[in-house]
Every structure is written in C-alpha cells, then in structure tokens.
Ligand binder design. Structure first.
Ligand code: KG4
Ligand code: ZN
Length: 331
C-alpha cells in the first residue's frame, strides 16, 4: 500500500511516500527555519503562507522522486492537529483535494501519534506493549502504548516542554532558533558539571517541570555583567545534562513501574545525542530495549505521518466526512 503523507503543523512543509508502513520512498522536508529565525521563533502567519508556496511543488517532487504517478497512490494521510491552525489548514486542504480527485481514502493523523510511529520506520519496529517518551517543542509526555492506538498518557510536563526549554535557554544565550541543535553542538566543548542546575520533581511521580531549570539558567546568565565572559559551552552542557537526567530518570521509573521491557524515545528532542547515549546506558543496564527513530524522522517530517496513516487504515479507523483541523489535541 502506497501512502502519501503531508505534514504542515508548524514550520516544516513535508511530503513523503511510504510503502506498506515501512519503506520510505521519499521524505521531502522544506524547513522555514531561516525565515522564522529573524523573529526569534515561529510566526504563525508566515508559516501558513510559506506552506502554501511550497506544498504543491513538494507533492509533485515526491511523486517524481519515487517514480510514481498520482494514480499509484492508495491513500493520503495528513496531520490535522495539534499545531498552528492556519498551517494545519494548508496540509489538510491539499490532502482533501488529493483524496477527492483521486478517489482514495483521506486519513487524519494526530501529530503526536505520528512522532511515536516514527519508531516503526525501521526493519525491527518496537513491539507492544511499550513505554514511549515523547519530547518535542510543544510536548513532553510519557505514554503507555498498549497496542495500536491504545495509548494512555501517564506523565506530562506541568509547564515548559523539553524542546521549549532548549529554545528558551538558547534565546537567553543569544543563540539562534531552534535551540536544541545549537545547544547540543556547543555543549560538546563544555563541562556538564560546571553548574549544578536543578532536577525538578525528581521524586514526585511521572510529571515533568522544566521552567525552574530554565529560570536557574537565566539567573546564571544575568549574574555576568559582561556577556562576553559568559561560559556558554559550560552552561549549554550543564543545562543539557540536567534535561537528559530528568528525562532518563522519569522514563526508567515509568518503564519499571509498568514492567515494560521496551522504551521508545521520540519527538524532536530525541535527536539529541547526549539524551540517546544516556538513555541507552540506562536501558541496557536495566535490560530494556531502546528504540529511537532514525535521526531523519526525529524532528517533524511527513514519513511519520504516512506510516501512522497506514496503521490507521490497517486498524480500520477511517473516519467519514470532511476533515477539520484541531489546534489543541491530546495524545
Ligand atoms: O518534534 P519537533 O520537530 O516539533 C514539534 O512537534 O514541536 O521538535 C522541535 C523541538 C525544538 O524545540 C528543538 O529545539 C528540539 O526539538 N530539538 C532538539 C534537537 N533537535 C531538535 N533538542 C535537543 N537536541 C537536539 N539535537
Ligand atoms: Zn513534532
């Protein structure tokens, strides 16, 4: 089955074609990051307009790169939420038009489900039940995944998401958006023990809190009268380690309490190598299997939308009627 996926929930316009929920024929991502960087974050109106400019060309290019024609497609999957309403509308309109014109099913995909299903784009996908730790720019969630679309959220952030904390700390340090990749890079030359940043809610259940950590970093930054003297690499390394420690600790605690032997790490922050290494260390010590999507599928992309659409169809979850966008949507 050939599923064309479309993702436009935030600042990446992406189109992918995936065969049988596993083989990615093409995954095109047009990032708007440079345009939004001028404003220090994502500007919703700009995002919508840039999606409109790119979407049709990307669909054509995806078919061309896969050596396919419109008629070869079996279904069209699209992110309908959560995300920026105007941005989502561009993808949903394009997908609805395609589905109508070609007479193929239109599958609405929850962006959060798609991050989890990114881990299925590998020869040896995770087996249910498992624990998923989803860390992105907008969400930090622990999910008990019992079966396809049988998910229970068991932990979440009370304030900032992990990716949001990376972005805010980067901004405070005068670094460009998005913060995660640049902080990871600078942290390579820093001492992660230079600053003892707090690990909030360490012994309090499975929820997270990152705003205190962000404030602690900002206080250190403010304590330097001369910004040129800021130990940027040390701050990045110490902050990154604090985020990683918290995510690893809570993920392991949840896996152990539910007696789950597989842990899936997903969402944009899962691209972070320090987090991957720490979690690999903890899971192998605890006898758990760790699944992390290929780095291409950690941040927003349409291949993860297509694979989710494939499983939605496989499970007979096709909804009738027109598809509306939903800016706030839970797991
Ligand atoms: O999943 P994603 O692409 O978009 C959302 O659904 O939010 O995640 C984007 C977030 C941003 O906050 C970005 O700073 C973070 O993921 N991120 C990273 C890394 N790459 C992206 N955070 C830490 N380390 C990275 N290498
Ligand atoms: Zn995302």
């Amino acid at each position: 089955m050939l599923v064309l996926g479309i993702e436009t929930s935030c600042d990446d316009t992406s189109v992918a074609i995936v065969r049988d929920g596993q083989e990615v024929l093409t995954n095109l991502v047009s990032s708007q990051v440079k345009a939004h960087r001028l404003f220090g974050g994502v500007v919703p109106e700009l995002a919508s307009r840039m999606h409109v400019e790119k979407i049709n060309a990307l669909i054509r290019l995806a078919l061309q790169e896969s050596g396919l024609a419109f008629q070869d497609l079996d279904a069209c999957a699209v992110t309908y939420g959560p995300g920026l309403e105007g941005a989502l509308l561009v993808g949903v309109s394009a997908a609805s038009a395609l589905s109508k014109a070609l007479g193929i099913p239109l599958v609405g995909v929850n962006h959060l489900h798609a991050h989890l299903y990114a881990s299925f784009l590998q020869p040896d996908p995770p087996e249910f039940p498992f624990l998923a730790c989803l860390v992105s720019g907008g969400h930090t969630l622990l999910i008990h995944a019992k079966g396809h679309f049988d998910f229970e959220s068991i932990g979440q952030t009370r304030d900032d998401a992990a990716g949001e904390a990376f972005d805010k700390v980067a901004r405070a340090l005068g670094l460009p958006y998005p913060g995660g990749p640049i902080i990871e890079k600078l942290a390579l030359d820093g001492n992660a023990k230079a600053f003892a940043f707090p690990r909030a809610m360490w012994n309090q259940g499975l929820d997270f809190s990152f705003s205190g950590l962000k404030t602690a970093v900002m206080q250190v930054i403010k304590s330097y009268d001369d910004p040129s003297q800021l130990p940027v690499a040390d701050i990045c390394a110490s902050f990154q380690l604090a985020v990683c420690d918290i995510i690893v600790h809570k993920s392991m605690k949840a896996s152990q309490s539910l007696e789950l032997s597989t842990l899936v790490l997903c969402g944009g922050v899962s691209a972070n190598r320090c987090l991957q290494t720490e979690l690999l260390h903890a899971t192998s010590q605890g006898g758990l299997r760790l699944c992390v999507p290929n780095i291409l599928y950690c941040t927003d992309n349409a291949a993860m939308v297509a694979v989710t659409g494939y499983y939605e169809l496989l499970m007979g979850r096709l909804r009738a009627g027109p598809l509306s966008v939903v800016s706030t949507l839970h797991f």
